[in-house]
Design a protein around this ligand. Structure first.
Ligand SMILES: [Zn+2]
Length: 176
C-alpha cells in the first residue's frame, strides 16, 4: 500500500509533466487551462490515472490529445494511464480566464458564456436563435460589428466569423 503522501507526490509529478502540454489545435493554450485535463487520481491498482474530457464527444483532436499526454508522461519517466471521461460533459465554462485571454491574443474569439442577460425574458424556443446571434467581438480590433460566415471553422468546435470593420476573418470558439 502506498502512503497518502507518496501518492500525492506521484500525482504532483504527473501534474508537473502535463503542466505545459498544449492543445494540438490551439498551441498557445494548455489542456489544463482549457479544462480538458480534469484530474489525476489513483487507479484500483495504485497506478496514477490522468482523466481527460474531450471538448466534444466526436472531437477528432482527442486521439492526438491522448497520444500527447502519453508521450509527455513517458518522457518524464512516469507510468500512468489515460482515462477518457465523457460525463459530466465538457463545457466552455471550464475554460480559465487566462485561456480566454490567450485565445483572444491568438486571434480566436473566446466563447461568449452567460453574456446575454437581455435574452432572459425571451421565450425558450428562441434561445437557440439568440445564441446564434450572440455578439462576438473581433479578437483583432475589438469591434462588435462582426458576422458569421460559416458555422464550421477550421474544426467543428469553431465557427468562421469576419470583422466588418477591420475585414479580418477569425475563428470563434463556440460556447458549449
Ligand atoms: Zn476587427
Amino acid at each position: 500500500m502506498h502512503a497518502t503522501t507518496s501518492a500525492d507526490t506521484e500525482h504532483a509529478a504527473v501534474w508537473d509533466a502535463l503542466a505545459d502540454l498544449a492543445d494540438p489545435e490551439i498551441p498557445v493554450v494548455s489542456l489544463r487551462e482549457l479544462g480538458i485535463l480534469r484530474g489525476v487520481r489513483s487507479g484500483g491498482d495504485g497506478t496514477p490515472e490522468v482523466v481527460i474530457t474531450p471538448t466534444y464527444s466526436g472531437c477528432p483532436a482527442m486521439g492526438q490529445i491522448e497520444d500527447d499526454v502519453r508521450a509527455a508522461l513517458a518522457s518524464a519517466g512516469i507510468t500512468a494511464r489515460v482515462v477518457t471521461q465523457l460525463a459530466p460533459a465538457w463545457t466552455t465554462d471550464w475554460m480559465t480566464e487566462a485561456a480566454r485571454e490567450k485565445l483572444r491574443a491568438y486571434g480566436i474569439a473566446p466563447p461568449q458564456c452567460g453574456s446575454e442577460p437581455t435574452h432572459q425574458a425571451a421565450p425558450l424556443k428562441f434561445s437557440r436563435q439568440a445564441m446564434r446571434s450572440a455578439v462576438v467581438p473581433c479578437p483583432q480590433c475589438g469591434s462588435t460589428h462582426t458576422t458569421e460566415t460559416s458555422p464550421f471553422g477550421s474544426t467543428a468546435c469553431k465557427a468562421m466569423y469576419r470583422c466588418l470593420d477591420c475585414l479580418e476573418p477569425f475563428d470563434y470558439f463556440k460556447p458549449y
